[in-house]
Design a protein around this ligand. Structure first.
Ligand SMILES: [Zn+2]
Length: 60
């Protein structure tokens, strides 16, 4: 399933210009910061996993 957008991990902006194949990103370019390293993009799900609320609510 192709995500609607990827999130650029460099500037945390949604990125709509990308190529998706075989369940992962093939090419992506961030129009905000110019990042084009595919390792620096995450899907919405991956981004949530990376920045999940758990990390912040574990203060006890
Ligand atoms: Zn960016």
């Amino acid at each position: 399933m192709t995500p609607d957008y990827l999130i650029c991990l460099e500037c945390e902006s949604p990125c709509y210009i990308f190529e998706w194949a075989d369940e992962k990103v093939k090419e992506a370019t961030c129009t905000v910061c110019g990042n084009d390293e595919i390792e620096s993009f995450a899907t919405e799900d991956e981004y949530e996993a990376l920045t999940g609320d758990d990390r912040f609510s574990r203060s006890r």
